[in-house]
Write a protein that binds this ligand. Structure first.
Ligand SMILES: [Zn+2]
Length: 302
């Protein structure tokens, strides 16, 4: 009998269910709006999606779910993007409505898990996966297994503090972070962060304009990009000092900017001891599909 696995990627506005066959080929996927502020409706919407998948596959597929936020080992959630789930025992509740066991994990951790297993990190022992998009989150895989730590927060590199040296060097404002801390990397190195840095240098707060101007050699864009890549390099140097990965796989909107991929190794080495080499830096293979694929991979071993 063919087995199917459903990878569900829950975002703040949409949630997507992808049906994978036993070889992790996606055979069908669809999206619905996320009822982000109404928990019973949220559970109902998930139940409906899975029922549809079950009738499509004519089986009771395994389920893996990825979502933004922190999901602790008891299955309790803290999520700014799906506020109705905060404080809820989400794993238990979903298992109850779906009448089956599920796996649920932070979406950035699943990105790392997916890229470590069959993605850009395949064949590397220690893979760090980092998303640079609307936020900055990541995860660590060791020999293909996800390392999450005591609080399930290992990999949250976006909330390391920016060094005082960099704040002084670029005379940057110390920014509040959405996580409640002050001076985290995320508001500088995320997509909105790059746009804000460009604005500090007198440009328009828009990453696409920055990239166009950078390619045209505009001095403001060159300076803003130099500041940005220095900050991003420093944040990954902290990852190297902590975990020393063989490869850092990048996902999210900014990973599509070639200049970031090519400039990053030297920018990381600037913040390491002399002679220490940067890990390999590579863009993700599965890109935006990595969340659902990682969820399915985790669901399969649940
Ligand atoms: Zn933070």
């Amino acid at each position: 009998m063919t087995t199917f696995i459903y990878g569900i990627d829950i975002g703040g506005t949409k949630m997507e269910l992808s049906v994978f066959d036993a070889n992790y080929h996606c055979v069908k996927s669809w999206r619905v709006a996320t009822p982000a502020t109404n928990y019973p409706m949220f559970l109902n919407a998930l139940q409906e999606m899975v029922q549809q998948a079950d009738s499509l596959t004519d089986c009771q597929g395994r389920v893996g779910i990825g979502m933004p936020g922190i999901i602790d080992k008891q299955g309790l959630v803290k999520s700014a993007n799906v506020p109705c789930a905060t404080g809820k025992a989400i794993k238990k509740d979903i298992e109850q409505v779906l009448q089956r066991r599920i796996a649920i994990e932070n979406d950035c951790r699943l990105f790392a898990f997916s890229e470590s297993n069959g993605g850009a990190g395949n064949g590397y022992a220690i893979v760090y996966g980092a998303i640079i998009g609307t936020g900055a989150g990541g995860g660590l895989c060791i020999q293909g297994s996800l390392y999450s730590g005591a609080n399930n927060i290992a990999g949250e590199y976006g909330h390391l503090p920016v060094s005082a040296q960099l704040i002084a060097k670029y005379q940057l404002p110390v920014l509040d972070c959405g996580c409640g801390l002050i001076g985290c990397y995320e508001p500088y190195i995320s997509g909105p962060g790059l746009a804000n840095i460009y604005a500090l240098y007198g440009g328009e707060p828009n990453t696409q304009i920055l990239v166009n101007q950078l390619r045209a050699g505009d001095p403001k864009a060159v300076k803003a990009f130099g500041c940005y890549i220095d900050l991003l390099g420093a944040s990954f140097a902290s990852i190297v000092l902590s975990y020393d990965p063989d490869i850092i796989v990048l996902g999210g909107g900014l990973s599509k900017i070639d200049e970031i991929i090519s400039a990053l190794p030297a920018a990381i080495e600037m913040h390491l001891f002399k002679g220490v080499q940067s890990p390999v830096i590579a863009p993700a293979i599965f890109g935006d599909a990595s969340g659902a694929r990682g969820a399915a991979l985790l669901g399969a071993i649940q």
